[in-house]
Design a protein around this ligand. Structure first.
Ligand SMILES: [Zn+2]
Length: 289
């Protein structure tokens, strides 16, 4: 009697599936990842697989990008050591995506920029080597130095990909609401009421973001508070001075982050200029050839 092939039959093609292309050292060094969200190899370097056909299709679905799920799915597929990409600290997001792009399409990427000279405005397409953005050193000491406040030590953490994603969605939603109100036939007074609601929402989010940047607080008598409901409540109700100190520290940290920049020489007028290298997940993959 002939046996029917079933799902348990080993696929002889399996060995020709994806193989590890590069290894990535995370800018965070694996710190701040929630327990269980990453399996850090002893070498400290994550193996990166190229995108599969399914991954590329996933990233080409606009909705998948909007809610971040597509990006999370692709990270899980290409970086098997990462178990929950929603917990990716902000500083690691770009590095992971760049590594996936290098593993999938190689280290060269076409980049377009326009000459800033007023009477020139020539647009050049040139090639950049993405590896330069993986070799950037991020100084973690600012993050690791707690803020002193009334004898307490406030320890910080980077925001996660999940928070970034919620912020983007929220900004999009607020902008949409503003334009809906603008176009509506509401009276001036009604419009003002609605604007005030949006403003209140945004304030709530700002407080949420700042509170979300706190990992834990150690009180003067040595109690460690890491309950985030307690932390958020504290930030919201504490004096303005604390909020300002937190904001200033976070700005300081942001400004100390190395900027991704590329140099270009205009092919028309010879003007040398620096352009910021920016990508969000959508334009990043659009450049892929
Ligand atoms: Zn020029």
């Amino acid at each position: 009697m002939a046996t029917m092939p079933n799902d348990l039959t080993p696929n002889p093609l399996a060995q020709y599936l994806r193989t590890v292309e590069i290894h990535l050292k995370l800018p965070s060094g694996g710190e701040w990842w929630e327990q269980g969200s990453i399996d850090m190899p002893i070498s400290g370097e994550l193996p990166i697989l190229p995108m599969s056909t399914r991954d590329e299709i996933t990233l080409n679905t606009p909705d998948a990008l909007m809610n971040g799920q597509g990006v999370v799915d692709v990270i899980h597929s290409c970086v098997p050591c990462i178990k929950n990409a929603w917990f990716t600290p902000a500083m690691d997001v770009d590095a992971i995506l760049i590594a996936i792009r290098i593993a999938s399409y190689g280290e060269k990427m076409e980049y377009t920029s326009t000459c800033p000279k007023e009477d020139c405005a020539n647009t050049d397409t040139f090639e950049i080597d993405l590896r330069q953005f993986l070799d950037m050193n991020i100084d973690l000491s600012l993050f690791k130095t707690p803020i002193e406040y009334k004898g307490m030590q406030i320890h910080l953490r980077p925001i996660t990909f999940q928070t970034i994603n919620l912020q983007n969605l929220d900004q999009y939603e607020q902008a949409r609401m503003v334009s809906v109100i603008n176009d509506s036939s509401l009276s001036e007074e009604q419009k003002q009421t609605r604007y005030y609601e949006i403003f209140k929402n945004m304030t709530r989010y700002t407080i949420g973001n700042i509170a979300g940047s706190i990992s834990h607080i150690v009180t003067p008598d040595g109690v460690t508070v890491n309950n985030h409901i307690h932390i958020a409540e504290f930030v919201e109700n504490a004096e303005r001075k604390l909020f300002k100190a937190l904001q200033e520290k976070l700005t300081q940290i942001n400004e100390a982050m190395p900027q991704k920049r590329v140099n270009n020489t205009c092919s028309e007028c010879g003007n040398e200029f620096e352009v910021p290298f920016t990508f969000d997940q959508s334009n990043f993959f659009e450049f892929a050839s």
